[in-house]
Design a protein around this ligand. Structure first.
Ligand SMILES: [Zn+2]
Ligand SMILES: [Zn+2]
Length: 389
């Protein structure tokens, strides 16, 4: 693999940063220690630092040689997850109930490694913005930075993202020419009947059969309503009700997520879920509160930028190791908001085989340090290629 030698030389230093970040996971908009660490590192590299955008976001500004006014943005996410780490190695999380289980510690490290190299070499003409965003895991930190003026204050032509990808071998890179991650919307449904004695259900309106019927009906949306060639998922993930063996409850609370790629299917899912919920409630004599919460839009790469990303990644891992348009993920990613504003591409960096305990969001996951130099080299070469001297 043609990683940049002087980046490979700082592998030990990068691993040290990564392990420190892993020990200090912080969740959405609480990335205080993390953003301090990143700002301090960028400053030590001689990079101008701006803070506070999207609450805890950090933007580093590095100008190359020459007088080009072209600029690009490279983005990493900083947040960990509200879950308990089950690893026992020395760099495990020091905060109970908090864990870097998605590898954002590695993402920050790779971008810092590239920033350090680029600040030393400045083998480019133009400006690079290092964007460290908060709250990728559901908090919409990318969108928050945009609302705080990310693209007004820092005018950039293109924006680029990357995620480590367990399930794809180390040394491979996945590049999509269109959608790579799904839209993720949420629904919450409250069915209200009339509770009472479980021995005399006819004296009330039991919401539990209504909820059970609704769950079954919701599972027909993807199989019966969505065209077979269109990817979609409807998952009911919350079903809460009841407190005693001999009491029929007043209320059932249901919640879940709907995943899709194209706008037509996204709105079909919303309409179908709401229709089924309202009509099932009516059929069973329950009242209903229906709440639809739009989440992240689909993450859609721009074709030209995806081509250029593939060429740069190919120069590092070898063109044969670029996987073009692997199956997209039904997971979601808030880099989607940035790609709605600016052309760019988001790549998957192979992080090892799919095995139990090694996958994203698992309590035993750990970012694979083997890929640090590859990811940092990609960022560095991307800057040198997009902002040529
Ligand atoms: Zn995640
Ligand atoms: Zn992630």
């Amino acid at each position: 693999m043609a990683v940049i030698n002087s980046i490979a030389d700082r592998q030990g230093e990068m691993r040290g940063w990564r392990h420190l970040l892993h020990q200090h996971p912080e969740t959405s908009y609480e990335e205080i220690w993390t953003s301090d660490f990143i700002a301090e590192k960028l400053t030590s590299f001689g990079i101008e630092v701006h803070r506070g955008m999207g609450k805890t976001g950090v933007v580093g500004v590095l100008r190359g040689t020459g007088d080009s006014d072209t600029a690009i943005g490279l983005r990493a996410d900083m947040d960990g997850l509200p879950m308990q780490e089950m690893n026992s190695f020395a760099h495990k999380s020091e905060t109970p109930g908090r864990m870097h289980a998605c590898g954002h510690d590695g993402h920050c490290t790779m971008l810092l490694g590239a920033a350090q190299y680029l600040a030393e070499t400045r083998n480019f003409d133009g400006t690079v913005y290092f964007i460290f965003q908060p709250a990728e895991e559901g908090g919409g930190g990318g969108e928050a930075m945009i609302k705080d003026g990310l693209f007004e204050q820092f005018q950039m032509r293109t924006v680029w993202g990357m995620h480590n990808w367990p399930g794809m071998d180390v040394g491979k890179v996945g590049v999509h020419h269109g959608a790579c991650m799904a839209a993720a919307d949420m629904f919450e449904i409250q069915l209200t009947g009339v509770g009472g004695h479980a021995a005399m259900p006819h004296m009330g309106v039991d919401p539990i059969p209504c909820g059970a019927a609704l769950v079954q009906s919701l599972q027909t949306i993807v199989s019966r309503r969505v065209p077979a060639m269109q990817p979609a998922v409807v998952s009911v993930t919350i079903f809460e009700s009841g407190s005693a063996f001999n009491v029929t409850p007043d209320v059932v609370r249901l919640g879940g997520t709907a995943r899709s790629f194209c706008p037509e299917i996204r709105s079909l899912l919303q309409t179908a879920i709401q229709d089924l919920a309202e009509n099932t409630a009516r059929a069973y004599g329950c009242a209903i509160d229906f709440d639809w919460r739009p989440g992240y839009p689909p993450t859609v790469n721009h074709a030209d930028e995806a081509n250029r990303a593939a060429a740069i990644a190919g120069s590092i891992v070898g063109a044969d190791n670029i996987l073009t348009n692997p199956d997209p993920s039904m997971g979601a990613e808030d880099f989607a908001f940035m790609l709605q504003e600016k052309p760019g591409a988001y790549i998957w960096l192979g992080a090892g085989p799919a095995k139990k305990g090694a996958m994203l969001h698992n309590t035993k996951y750990d970012f694979n340090d083997e890929v640090l130099a590859t990811g940092a080299s990609y960022w560095a070469r991307l800057v040198e290629s997009e902002l040529p001297k």
